[in-house]
Design a protein around this ligand. Structure first.
Ligand code: ADP
Length: 437
């Protein structure tokens, strides 16, 4: 952004400088031309009155200026004297506009292309007392030459202004960005009040949006921590309760085995809860930064089937994987968790002797079950951490309430979309659609 800002300011500076130079040049040229006209008139008038005062005997060759052409024209148009041309070969000048106008009005100033020199020339002509016309002229090319001598200075000024534009652009960009660069540090302060800080008002909506997100995140984190403590407490209370019964000798001989079994189950639940929590926080930390490699989802589905088969068989559930190879660029471990959690849920929330069908390809993997289904009003929330439709069912089947959160994270990391179709008492189909790039 800083670079873009600087460049824009620099271009602005350069364009304004060039435009200023061009327009100033045009204005100066105009002023210069009118100055030349007044000088020419003054010179012509002085010359004609000196002429008349000396009874037309002024030695013209000696007094004429190098850049100014002087012509004397007889009333019939014959050129009597010309400071640059050879009078003998010169054509009749009666048709020259300035001569015509001088004859009519006494004097005139004009400019046109000279028939003799071919240059764009300025002319002043005046009718003298003896009927002769005195004409003085100077060439526009002389003006341009004078103008041309200014070009090196103009170039130097232009280069100097360009350097100034670069320096100003850099300095101004830095100045402009100071409040924006200070912002992250200021926002770390919990008492930060955007409307009282030195901040561009245009940024206030963005800042309040960021603050809202941050507050939401903090709330979510606090809620998560509260949920985690609660979830950990439940099995630990039960473990410590049963252990105490055994320790005090209050458990009957035949109950001890049962209690030990419960303690083992609760401990297993604790372990899977802790591993899910750790996994989620790992996924939170490394959002989208891990390297990706080709992973075949069909192979992963068959591997998950192998490891879930004992659970399925225990409940008489038929677990099938069909479809085709689907290789995507991703993280093997995360994708494994995605497929495993979907299949695990499809078994756990199934009815006895039901079935689970996993279909892979061409851009998706879908897991369908013949289970209890998910009521419409819960469907949007089941991907939240610790959200369960039926807490006791989830617990009884060894759920942690975090499986679908991990699925959601894993899908997001692979820019995949999750589609959910479910009918109560009929079954659920969860489909993960991957972008094929
Ligand atoms: P849990 O460990 O409780 O299964 P999940 O995050 O995996 O947690 O799922 C959240 C909730 O979504 C579950 O408690 C359950 O109510 C519901 N659910 C998930 N998968 C299915 C499914 N295939 N059929 C019915 N309900 C499901």
């Amino acid at each position: 952004m800083e670079e873009k800002f600087t460049l824009h300011l620099f271009y602005m500076g350069i364009i304004s400088t060039i435009l200023a130079v061009v327009f100033a040049g045009i204005a100066f040229y105009d002023a210069f031309c009118s100055r030349v006209e007044t000088d020419l008139i003054r010179y012509g008038e002085t010359l004609s009155s000196s002429f008349e005062a000396t009874d037309y005997r002024l030695p013209l060759d000696e007094i004429t200026q190098e850049d100014i052409r002087v012509t004397l024209i007889q009333p019939d148009g014959t050129v009597q004297y010309d400071s640059i041309g050879d009078v003998a070969g010169m054509e009749n000048h009666l048709d020259r506009p300035e001569v015509q106008m001088a004859l009519e009005a006494g004097n005139c100033i004009t400019h046109r292309t000279s028939k003799t020199s071919g240059n764009e020339d300025y002319y002043y002509a005046c009718l003298m007392d003896n009927g002769t016309i005195l004409r003085v002229s100077c060439s526009a090319s002389n003006l341009l030459r004078i103008y041309g001598t200014a070009i090196p200075y103009l170039v130097i000024i232009l280069v100097a202004l360009m350097i100034l534009a670069v320096i100003l652009a850099v300095v101004m960009t830095r100045q402009l960005l100071i409040p924006i660069k200070k912002l992250p540090k200021q926002m770390e302060d919990p008492n930060f009040q955007p409307d009282q800080a030195d901040i561009y008002p245009e940024l206030l909506p963005f800042i309040s949006e960021i603050q809202r997100h941050r507050d939401e995140k903090t709330d979510m984190r606090q809620e998560f921590t509260a949920n985690v403590s609660h979830e950990l407490k439940t099995p630990l209370t039960s473990i410590s309760g049963y252990a105490e019964l055994i320790e005090n000798g209050m458990a009957k001989e035949e109950d001890v085995r049962r209690f030990a079994g419960t303690i083992r189950k609760e401990a297993a639940r604790l372990l899977s809860l802790i591993s899910d929590i750790i996994r989620l926080s790992q996924l939170d930390e490394t959002d989208g930064t891990l390297p990706k490699s080709p992973v075949d989802l069909y192979r992963i589905a068959t591997e998950c089937r192998e490891s879930l088969l004992p659970n399925a068989e225990k409940r008489g559930i038929i677990l099938t994987v069909t479809g085709q190879n689907l290789t995507i660029l991703g993280e093997e471990g995360t994708l494994w968790e995605l497929v495993y959690n979907l299949m695990d849920n499809a078994i756990r929330y199934n009815r006895p002797n039901g079935s689970v069908a996993v279909v892979v390809g061409p851009d998706r993997i879908s897991v369908s079950d013949t289970g209890i289904g998910i009521p419409q009003e819960h469907q949007a929330r089941i991907f939240e951490r610790f959200y369960r439709v039926d807490k006791s069912h989830s617990r009884a089947t060894g759920g942690t309430g975090l499986g679908l959160s991990i699925v959601k994270h894993a899908a997001e990391r692979h820019r995949a979309k999750i589609l959910l179709e479910s009918t109560i008492g009929v079954g659920t189909t969860m489909t993960v659609v991957f972008p094929l790039t």
